[in-house]
Ligand binder design. Sequence first.
Ligand code: NAG
Length: 218
Amino acid sequence: MRQKLIVYGIFISFAITSPAADAIQARSDKEQAQTVVSGTAVQSVVPVQSSSASSSSSSSSASSNSAFNPLGPNVMCSFLPRDFLECKDPIDHRYNLTAKTEKGYGCLRFGGSTYEDVEHTKVQCTVYTDIDCFGPRTFYRDGVPCVRYTDHYFVTTLIYSMLLGFLGMDRFCLGQTGTAVGKLLTMGGVGVWWIIDVILLITNNLLPEDGSNWNPYV
Ligand SMILES: *[C@@H]1O[C@H](CO)[C@@H](O)[C@H](O)[C@H]1NC(C)=O
């Protein structure tokens, strides 16, 4: 009798949990598909006219002779999500507008906190060798943010600023050596500069000198 009850219990718990698990699985699949679609739709793509693109892979050169068949097995290479591509870093023109105009793309400056603040540019991407797709395997992908991360952590810098601000440690860490020496020699502006810098940090007005963003992974 007792054994029978246990068997029923196991059966019932299976019956309850498995449809729920299926539903969760189906939902996460749908979400994944949605993110992939939105990821490719946002970025416009321009193929690169280069000799390496046409000779890069034997599998694609055979298919690129014929017209693209949307119902065929291969997607356009330029439609592939970022996971299948090896992309170069955005070019840094270091505030040189002539260099950027000459090149046609690249970053005038790096950094920024809000979307409108950050410059976006296109970068050259190449599909990984073993991925099969249709069309040129090297192309430009637009909408890449001009953002980079070096070893600057907001929380660490804030702690430095609060505890060692009178020695200018926060500004030394951010690479602002000139003002850091001044802060050290004046003992943090006799305490005033010390406090002001903490406020500047919190209000996002004291940033790394090299134009990099705060590294979010402490
Ligand atoms: C800006 O870029 C142009 C073209 O690359 C170069 O000739 C010029 O010397 C650069 N100017 C500065 C200030 O670096």
